[in-house]
Ligand binder design. Structure first.
Ligand code: NAP
Length: 249
């Protein structure tokens, strides 16, 4: 018997090529899960992921997939199911296209909703069908504290992340009786490529609004996602866990 949290499991992580998704891939490999990550580009350090996987007796696979594309998501998920059971799905892929509403184009709106919200619907639809047949599975959606609190300049992003919370709770209710759990995390300010572009002054202001007084490392999000995905959280479903240094309390 191994005490690894995801021993022998198979997980799918969207947006695993960098940032929070990459940290989740690493945490899951370390926790004994084989991982397939979906993104448009491969992780820069994919070779080190392979080494980490080998060291933990599991596998890592990158599959190119635009998660907004229905046909490719279905093909990728069906191929994964054909290879073996899917135990865990993490809907993490996300983008921002910030701007005040007066300057926001319909394209900016749709791109963010499609990538951050519709993708979770597409991936979960196929995965949940498979999970309910097996009467087991765990889905974790990566929302944001912005989906709870709102944020000027991010109407599209906040709507997508608030939508993910409603999606999480509704799907959790649909599949709970079949032994499948669905939860979300709502990170605050995490140091990744997504937040790199925030200018210095805005960054300082944001930091000042965080009771813990600092931003998060991607690994601090991955550890909570790992907990929710695992049987340690076997009695938690429909929950949204804020990981924000106290920002949203
Ligand atoms: P990031 O470093 O920019 O990574 C985003 C990931 O999403 C990449 O792996 C990217 O891969 C993937 N992605 C984007 N569009 C995609 C598409 N159409 N198809 C497939 N994959 C796609 O961002 P991050 O900060 O790690 O964000 C990860 C998640 O956390 C997002 O949902 C974000 O909204 C959420 N979040 C972040 C923060 C923060 O402060 N950073 C706070 C709260 C929530 P490719 O480019 O290779 O496709």
């Amino acid at each position: 018997m191994s005490d690894k949290l995801l021993n022998g499991k198979n997980s799918i992580v969207t947006g695993g090529s960098k940032g929070i998704g990459l940290a989740i891939v690493k945490a899951f490999l370390g926790a004994g899960s084989s991982v397939e990550y979906l993104s448009r580009s491969k992780a820069d350090d994919h070779a080190s992921l392979e080494a980490l996987a080998a060291g933990n007796g599991v596998t890592v696979r990158w599959t190119t997939c635009d998660v907004t594309d229905e046909a490719s998501v279905e093909a990728v998920l069906e191929a994964a199911v054909a290879r073996g059971p899917i135990d865990v799905v993490i809907n993490n892929a996300g983008v921002t296209r910030d701007g005040l509403i007066f300057r926001m184009t319909l394209e900016d709106w749709k791109a963010v909703i499609d990538t951050n919200l519709t993708s979770a619907f597409l991936v979960s639809r196929t995965a949940a069908r498979h999970m309910i047949k097996r009467r087991a599975g765990s889905i974790v959606n990566v929302s944001s504290v912005v989906g709870i609190m709102g944020n000027g300049g991010q109407t599209n992003y906040a709507a997508s992340k608030a939508g993910l919370i409603g999606f999480t709770k509704s799907l959790a209710r649909e599949v709970a009786s079949r032994g499948v759990r669905v939860n979300a995390v709502a990170p605050g300010f995490v140091e990744t490529a997504m937040t790199e572009k925030i200018p210095g002054e805005a960054r300082d202001k944001l930091k000042a609004s965080i009771p813990l007084g600092r931003t998060a490392a991607p690994e601090e999000i991955a550890s909570v996602v790992l907990f929710l995905a695992s049987d340690m959280a076997s009695y938690i479903t429909g929950e949204v866990v804020k990981i924000d240094g106290g920002m949203g309390m």
